[in-house]
Design a binder for this molecule. Structure first.
Ligand code: BMA
Length: 332
């Protein structure tokens, strides 16, 4: 369906997409659990993918016999067919990660790769902290930390530390460049998506943090929870940020929001409708049903590749033209 809108200047009218949805790649799901592996035999999901040196590089969350999440690595020339390493590239190293390292999001900033990931702990103080929280509505019984690690080669990772600690915070993702001279990250401080800034990636002062947007009352799909997905895409019209949302039914949908380039706390536009939701059997059923959860949206030759965990069990790919997504983000 097309909508006519006034365009800026004297160029008259332009037609833009009013409704929009990502298109599943016919090869999806593109990555399955590996039955012969102890650490990735149950689930592979929620991958990061970047396009670097003409190759697609995937870091994905995997669970095997011990149900602890680890991060595996795979590489591809076409973004569809993958060769994976036999061993994980990131595994828990201490108590604060004892239940797993989850949901990687990788970006390259000034020649260094950075991965944000969630550390999941079974620490007693975490349980105490959560037990005090009357509004804690989820299944976690441990403490989570929004971590950052860095790498020169995408394989060896050194931990930098968390953006914040002692709170329910995750879905953090770095912008691909500094904004006004500082590193910038989106993160989820329930129930809203926030921004944070840092001079050195180590310290993210609380004074620099600000809420941007949250669940929408009246919405049928994101009135209960929201969070950011992959690395924001820089466009001439603003930062295009794909996000996820759900309502009480816990069906995950993907949406999009356009943020101001210089001041990303300012929402330029946030279309009311989602751009993707579970429909295929392997999205509707799995380890956690009715979930499409994305941590990656690399743009290659004008196409946005949205990689996502489906039902926390396999990895799917859906695509669109960047121009179409930008139009939807501006006018949808
Ligand atoms: C979120 C995250 C994701 C997961 C999703 C659905 O809270 O933990 O890792 O895919 O729930 O289970």
């Amino acid at each position: 369906m097309l909508k006519r809108v006034d365009s800026i200047g004297f160029s008259g009218f332009q037609e833009v997409l009013l409704t929009f949805s990502l298109q599943r790649h016919p090869a999806s799901p593109i990555l399955h659990p590996e039955p012969a592996s102890s650490w990735e035999c149950y689930n592979v999901f929620n991958p990061s993918v970047i396009h670097y040196n003409a190759l697609f590089h995937m870091h994905y969350r995997a669970q095997g016999l011990d149900w602890v999440s680890r991060i595996g690595y795979a590489v591809s020339s076409d973004g569809v067919h993958w060769n994976r390493l036999r061993e994980p590239v990131l595994e828990p190293i201490d108590e604060q990660e004892s239940r797993g390292v989850e949901d990687p999001r990788v970006t390259c900033i000034e020649g260094t790769f950075y991965m944000t990931y969630t550390a999941y702990s079974s620490a007693a103080e975490g349980r105490d902290y959560l037990a005090q929280r009357q509004d804690w509505d989820f299944f976690h019984d441990g403490l989570i930390l929004p971590m950052i690690a860095r790498s020169r080669n995408l394989i060896d990772w050194q931990r930098i530390g968390p953006i914040v600690s002692g709170e329910d915070n995750k879905d953090h993702v770095l912008f691909p460049r500094k904004i006004n001279g500082r590193f910038a990250a989106l993160h989820r401080r329930r129930p809203q998506v926030w921004i944070a800034f840092s001079d050195d990636m180590l310290v993210w002062p609380d004074e620099s943090m600000a809420p941007i947007y949250g669940p929408r009352q009246g919405s049928t799909w994101d009135n209960f929870g929201v969070g950011s997905n992959g690395v924001p895409i820089e466009t001439e019209f603003g930062w295009l940020s794909i996000n996820h949302g759900y309502s009480q039914d816990h069906i995950y949908h993907l949406g999009v929001v356009l943020l101001d380039l210089d001041n990303p706390t300012r929402v330029i536009h946030r279309p009311a409708d989602p751009i993707f939701w579970p429909q295929e059997l392997w999205e509707l059923r799995g380890d956690v049903p009715m979930v499409v959860f994305s941590c990656a949206n690399p743009v290659v030759d004008g196409t946005v590749y949205v990689y996502y965990g489906a039902a926390d069990h396999v990895i799917g790919l859906a695509t669109c033209r960047l121009d179409d997504l930008v139009n939807f983000a501006r006018f949808g």
